[in-house]
Every structure is written in structure tokens, then in C-alpha cells.
Design a protein around this ligand. Structure first.
Ligand code: AMP
Length: 184
């Protein structure tokens, strides 16, 4: 199963992705985690993307698509994957679909977590992960970028009939139960 976990920053994608990974025994592919690991290890990719992540804007599609295509070549993704934070633009979604199609695969479901904007901001500010992009100003940028560049991905996949909208307000287990129901 190839599943996209979708939603604005602070919607709980990372938390729910971890639960899905355990439940379905699938690998997790978080482009944000990969970028942060590269920044921490001061790799060439990390040096290239650090200021972009710090600004709250998006890494260019070309860089993201190349990274994900390289990653998906790894056989650990043969039986499926939980995408978290990818695709974030319609361009990325189209590139993903092309890649999967060339390998006889497809995105099976996109689960999107609905959370009101004011709760998103409160959640990010209170999660205290020490991320350099978790400041009020950067959160505002990330939400604007989400609306403008990422939300159109929902309409793209709605046309494919694979979108499941989930109420993302509640406790972690309640939300996870809703996702499991929607996916099965
Ligand atoms: P995340 O951990 O998913 O919130 O991602 C943190 C940051 O990494 C984002 O604000 C972007 O700067 C960058 N990033 C992560 N995934 C992507 C993506 N699919 N496309 C572009 N930029 C991304």
C-alpha cells in the first residue's frame, strides 16, 4: 500500500505516520526528516537546503523529486510506503505518479487531516521540538505556503478519487482509529 499522509503543518502527520508505520509494518518516508538529517550531518544536500527550511519555504521540486526517486529505489519500499510531507506541490505529485506508474504501482490513498488554523499554530508552538522553523513568524509563512502551493495537491488527487478527509481534532488514538477505518 502506498499511502500519502497529508495536511497542514501541525496537523499531526508525523505522529500518525509513526502509528501507521507500526500498524501496517510499512516504511516511513518523511522528506522533512531526511532534510533535517542532512542539515545535521552537514552533507552537501543539507548545506543546500538549510536556509530554505529555516525560512519556512519549499525546497525546489527538482531537488525533492530527485531525493524521493533515489530513496524509493531502495528495496525496502517494494511493498509500500507511508509518505509524510510529500508531495507538497502538484508538480511533485505528478512526478511521483509517473515514477510509480513506471514501476507498475500507484498511490492507493491520500489521508488528509483537517485541523482549524488556530489549533495548528497552538500545537506547533507547544510541541517544543526545537525546530528552527517553529517560530510564530515562520509558522505563518509555512501556513501561507501550504495554502498556496500544497493545498492544490488535494484537488489533484480528488480527481483520482483517492482522498479520505479525516477530522484531525481529538486525541491521538481517536484520530488513528478514524484513519484505520478510512484506509481499510
Ligand atoms: P516538514 O518536516 O514536513 O514540516 O518539512 C519541513 C520543511 O522541509 C518544509 O517547511 C520545507 O522547507 C522542507 N520540505 C519538506 N518536505 C518538502 C517537500 N515535499 N517539498 C518541498 N519542501 C519540503
Amino acid at each position: 500500500m502506498n499511502l500519502i499522509l497529508f495536511g497542514p503543518p501541525g496537523a499531526g502527520k508525523g505522529t500518525q505516520a509513526e502509528k501507521l508505520v507500526n500498524h501496517f509494518d510499512l516504511p516511513h518516508l518523511s522528506t522533512g526528516n531526511i532534510f533535517r538529517a542532512n542539515i545535521k550531518n552537514e552533507t552537501p544536500l543539507g548545506k543546500k537546503v538549510k536556509s530554505i527550511l529555516d525560512s519556512g519555504k519549499l525546497v525546489p521540486d527538482e531537488t525533492v523529486v530527485e531525493l524521493v526517486a533515489d530513496e524509493l529505489d531502495n528495496e525496502k519500499y517494494d511493498n509500500g510506503v507511508i509518505f509524510d510531507g510529500f508531495p507538497r506541490t502538484v508538480g511533485q505529485a505528478k512526478a511521483l505518479d509517473q515514477y510509480l506508474e513506471a514501476n507498475g504501482k500507484k498511490v492507493d490513498t491520500l489521508v488528509t487531516l483537517d485541523v482549524p488554523e488556530e489549533e495548528l499554530v497552538n500545537r506547533i508552538l507547544s510541541r517544543g521540538q526545537g525546530r528552527t522553523d517553529d517560530t510564530p513568524e515562520k509558522i505563518k509563512t509555512r501556513l501561507q505556503v501550504y495554502k498556496k502551493e500544497t493545498e492544490p495537491v488535494l484537488n489533484y488527487y480528488k480527481e483520482h478519487g483517492i482522498v479520505e478527509e479525516i477530522d484531525g481534532v481529538g486525541n491521538v488514538d481517536e484520530i488513528f482509529d478514524r484513519i484505520k477505518k478510512a484506509v481499510s
